[in-house]
Design a protein around this ligand. Structure first.
Ligand code: G2I
Length: 338
């Protein structure tokens, strides 16, 4: 858990109690950045190009968050689109930004069926196994000591709890997961190693399967440190049932848990009522994490509606973030940080 907390709010309250008006101390709303109201890491996915080109984006990110997760820059398809030809430019830029601003980094992601370079799909089993091992060693090695936590295996389950039939599952079989974690530990012993997935926030068939797997991996001594719950929610589908109990049962296995990609999309157009439901969902996500001692991080998948994956994937949905397109705090933000 992060250890440097500057609790401006506590100071402000003391000053108020002493009879000085708060307005003399802090501007009215959101005077205290999100990262300063919690002992959890508070993060956002970031894109290197926005970081380089948009000063207002960079400034809100720097002010509000103390963890960054590269949205695409560390994915295999980006860093090694052509075999043995690496492009670390985006990943390096984000890691440098984090170092300069004192933020932690969540590495995302090493073994994932999506955004894979074409050449990986064409390898036969033996070659694929060495390529995965080398990919993990090369990427984690490059950033050794600079990444707090890595999403080692991402989205390996189907919603019914069966294993996704990825190229890894098909060619390497069940053992690819344990192998990946062992290779990852060897590559950077200081990084926390996570399995990460979506639709696993509540109690359901998929989270049961994930729970079962993590329990078995721990029992076998496989080096897994945490479970990431992406939390891509949508107001029209309801809040995941049993969310807090679910986080708690994973924590009881002896792993950290983290909210890694939170957003709450809305059927467009957004209106006050929908934004209020969204605020309620964000608040429940936040509170559930804070109710579980081993929930160490609350990261959102982008922080501004100016840039979000949602409309590209769900054309009639959007407005999923804590800040609007002009970087004004939305009701969801003020609900978490009144
Ligand atoms: O789909 C949302 C997230 C689900 N969990 C894993 C995350 O890694 C995933 O992130 C999204 C990014 O937000 C998108 O930005 O992953 C997508 C790819 O599966 C990303 O989309 C890709 C587009 O598919 C590419 O066409 C585009 O060139 O983003 C690329 C960079 O803008």
């Amino acid at each position: 858990m992060k250890n440097t907390i500057f609790r401006i709010r506590a100071v402000a309250v003391l000053v108020a109690v002493a009879g000085v008006t708060l307005s003399n101390v802090t501007p009215a709303s959101a005077a205290v950045p999100l990262k300063n109201i919690t002992h959890r890491y508070v993060g956002s996915a970031v894109a290197a190009n926005h970081l380089a080109n948009e000063a207002d984006y960079r400034s809100v990110l720097t002010r509000e968050f103390d963890n960054v997760t590269p949205e695409n820059e560390m994915k295999w398809g980006v860093v090694e689109a052509t075999r043995s030809h690496y492009d670390w430019s985006g990943a390096d830029a984000i890691v440098d930004y984090a170092r300069r601003t004192g933020k932690s980094v969540r590495g995302h992601t090493l073994v994932w069926h999506s955004q894979l370079p074409g050449w990986v799909n064409d390898l036969e089993a033996g070659e694929l196994r060495s390529a995965v091992k080398q990919h993990i060693a090369t990427e984690m090695g490059r950033y050794k000591g600079k990444i707090r936590a890595w999403d080692v295996v991402n989205e390996m389950f189907n919603d019914d709890g069966t294993r996704r039939s990825s190229v890894f599952q098909q060619k390497l079989g069940d053992r690819y997961v344990a192998d990946a974690f062992r290779w990852a530990r060897a590559a950077d012993p200081s990084a926390k190693l996570y399995i990460n997935d979506y639709n696993t926030e509540g109690l359901n068939a998929k989270s049961d399967a994930l729970y079962d797997l993590v329990r078995k991996l721990k029992k076998q001594g496989v080096p897994i440190d945490g479970v990431g719950f992406q939390a891509h929610l949508a107001t029209q589908y309801g809040f995941p049932a049993g969310y807090q109990a679910n986080l708690a049962r994973f924590a009881a296995l002896g792993v950290d848990v983290a909210i890694t990609e939170a957003d709450v999309r809305i059927l467009m157009p957004a209106d006050a009522a929908k934004l209020a439901v969204q605020a309620n969902y964000f608040k429940q996500l936040w509170d559930g994490c804070h109710a579980v001692a081993r929930c160490v991080e609350f990261t959102t998948w982008g922080f501004t509606d100016r840039h979000s994956w949602v409309p590209d994937t769900f054309p009639s949905e959007g407005a999923a973030c804590l800040f609007d397109t002009n970087l004004r705090a939305k009701p969801a933000y003020t609900r978490i940080n009144p």
